[in-house]
Design a protein around this ligand. Sequence first.
Ligand SMILES: *[C@@H]1O[C@H](CO)[C@@H](O)[C@H](O)[C@H]1NC(C)=O
Ligand SMILES: *[C@@H]1O[C@H](CO)[C@@H](O)[C@H](O)[C@H]1NC(C)=O
Length: 288
Amino acid sequence: MALATKTTSLFLLLLAVWCFFITPSNSATDSFVFGGCSQLKYTSGSPYESNVNSILTSLVNSAMYTSYSNFTLPGASNQDTVYGLFQCRGNLNSGDCGRCVAKAVSQLGTLCLDSTGGALQLEGCFVKYDNTTFLGVEDKTVVVKKCGPSISSYSDALGRRDEVLGYLGASDGTYKPFRVSGSGDVQGVAQCVGDLSPSECQDCLSEAIGRLKTDCGAAKWGDMYLAKCYARYSEGGDHSHSQKDTNNNDDEIEKTLAILIGLIAAVALIILFLSFLSKLCDNGKGGK
Ligand SMILES: *[C@@H]1O[C@H](CO)[C@@H](O)[C@H](O)[C@H]1NC(C)=O
Ligand SMILES: *[C@@H]1O[C@H](CO)[C@@H](O)[C@H](O)[C@H]1NC(C)=O
């Protein structure tokens, strides 16, 4: 009897650990890149608040059907007008785009609580809302710049990197808001927010790519996020950089440890309780 319960507990423990490890997480799309909020706050319960909520809801709904959309919601006065947009990375399917925008909007809700404006970039999508119009305005402000460690075997990898960036920045005059390129094990990706005109998009990407070259030098990987476009490259595999991976792993290990400790405590309690019960039973039998 005791052996059977112990086996069952062990089985449950293993099951729980296994479930934990196979839980799917779409880190390549959902990882946080940057977020920012305007310092002005609206009063909660105001018409502006309900406009913000409507805009954010519209963005989430729209993201299930298209990879870019913009909304304008006029308010009673000019300063109550809310503008909003989202842009998914061009290679996301509509399901992933919808999930990404929903996640970004929910994070914006916590990050920019009661702020009149906010912007958030996840790996897979960008969301922004504000009461000043930014729709169709090119903005090349550097928001995030990250460069990896230097390439060790200089010439080859650097040549491939420059080739990849060259492809990314090349223009044949057509509108290409999403671009990927690769050479050997170096890969690149670039994306404009859909409110830019073809020439503005090209201009924004040229700026991002130029900055990658000058600011990141001979780095193994680089991320250059400007306010309305980004360009990234990395050596080997996808765009999950070792830095972020280590952080994720640390998080996972912490979670696993916490869960394991909880489970061990629970199992110990169950065993204690069972041995207490069996003593009670034995005493009962002895009494007869
Ligand atoms: C945005 O809202 C804030 C706070 O209500 C207000 O002070 C500001 O003037 C508004 N901006 C515009 C462009 O209306
Ligand atoms: C905003 O969306 C409308 C359609 O809903 C579109 O006609 C317009 O061009 C968009 N504006 C920008 C700046 O993308």
